[in-house]
Design a protein around this ligand. Sequence first.
Ligand SMILES: Nc1ncnc2c1ncn2[C@@H]1O[C@H](COP(=O)(O)OP(=O)(O)OP(=O)(O)O)[C@@H](O)[C@H]1O
Ligand SMILES: [Mg+2]
Length: 419
Amino acid sequence: MFDTNIVNDPETVHSEINNSSQIVIKDLWKVFGRDSKRVLGRKYKVLSKDEIQEKTGCVIGLREINLEIKKGEFYILMGLSGSGKSTLIRNLIRLVKPTSGSIKINGKNLTKMNHEKLLKFRRQTFGMVFQHYGLFPHLTVLDNAAYGLKVRGISKEDRYTKAREVLETVGLKGWEDYHPGSLSGGMQQRVGLARALANDPEILLMDEPFSGLDPLIKRQMQDELIELQDKMQKTIIFVTHDLHEALKLGDRIAILRNGETVQVGTPEEIVTQPADDYVQDFVRDASPAKVITAGTIMEPAKIILYAWEGPKTALTLLRNNKRRAAFIVDKSHKLLGVAREDKLEELVNKPEKVGKIPASALRRVPSVGPDTILEDMFSIVTKNQYPVPVVDKNNRFLGVVTTDQIFESITPTEGEGNV
Ligand SMILES: Nc1ncnc2c1ncn2[C@@H]1O[C@H](COP(=O)(O)OP(=O)(O)OP(=O)(O)O)[C@@H](O)[C@H]1O
Ligand SMILES: [Mg+2]
């Protein structure tokens, strides 16, 4: 199953480490069939996948793939059956040998490693979760989870300790002595995940891991993976056919067709700016409200006032701008609340002079973060008479989103290819 060819130069390359990208794939081609390299010659290279197959008998698995994946990124591969998703994963882990091009991981060139180095590198770096779990039916859950560690020569005691730990992480404490056959599909996939995690891999490769599960279990597994990833911060490359899964899990999505990347983008970019009809077909059912974020559509607030500017200045500004309320911030731009015209009037008309606008005169309003999706804002905008303030983690004021903006951004725009 493994590619055992020793490739020319066993040295790994450290010189081109790109700090932000953990995986750098350049001009990667994988052609299946006899004498596959000839397909890369000028005569065939320009032809379509079907034409190449017809003329040479060779099948294009991947064609000129260029991708960069960041450390800690949740990266999705999508595309129709046969588009090359599994082939890309297999090339990454070098279960198949690229026909040409390079794959660098942490600056190390996988395409130039000899077999021995490759085996070691693969075991240290990758964890793999398959669609059909790939568990050994005759081994217990514990032994399945510990399998990768056994292959690495870890002592029984140490590997069992680690395997128990990861089984607990995936919610299977108490199931250690059972055999996979007595577990449900979802539980078996947890064992698969535990086995991949036991090695503490930097990169987790998941090829349609949840596609065999019932919808409810699938959703639950997705939620758990999100939670786990929050803690683990691994680089995950995840293959799926399911757009909703891709949008829910992915930081970025690459869409493949006939072995080529058609589009790479955030879920929001893919849904709102599909590169062509093929991508458009994928995202047709996607709801923009699930991917567009407050940060993308927010606008600067019309009036922002500092608390120390005082009620009189505030009132003048409001009237000059024909507004009834303004957002008030402190000196580090943290949002304090909304000051309404009538409250400011009250303060101005008080016999004693009021310097700063007091907190008691401010109305607290619900705010959202820049990553909040529109769907999660509906209930706020419908109840709220003010634009919704967008604030960062430190409550610093970034901008506002109005009801109009929300509905505008989820309404199809004719002729622009937007949804
Ligand atoms: N070992 C192989 N020998 C010949 N052709 C292959 C081999 N593996 C894959 N291919 C071809 O490469 C192309 C990409 O296949 P791949 O399995 O990567 O697709 P996929 O996107 O994973 O599809 P699916 O969604 O069905 O899993 C297909 O045309 C396939 O026929
Ligand atoms: Mg596949």
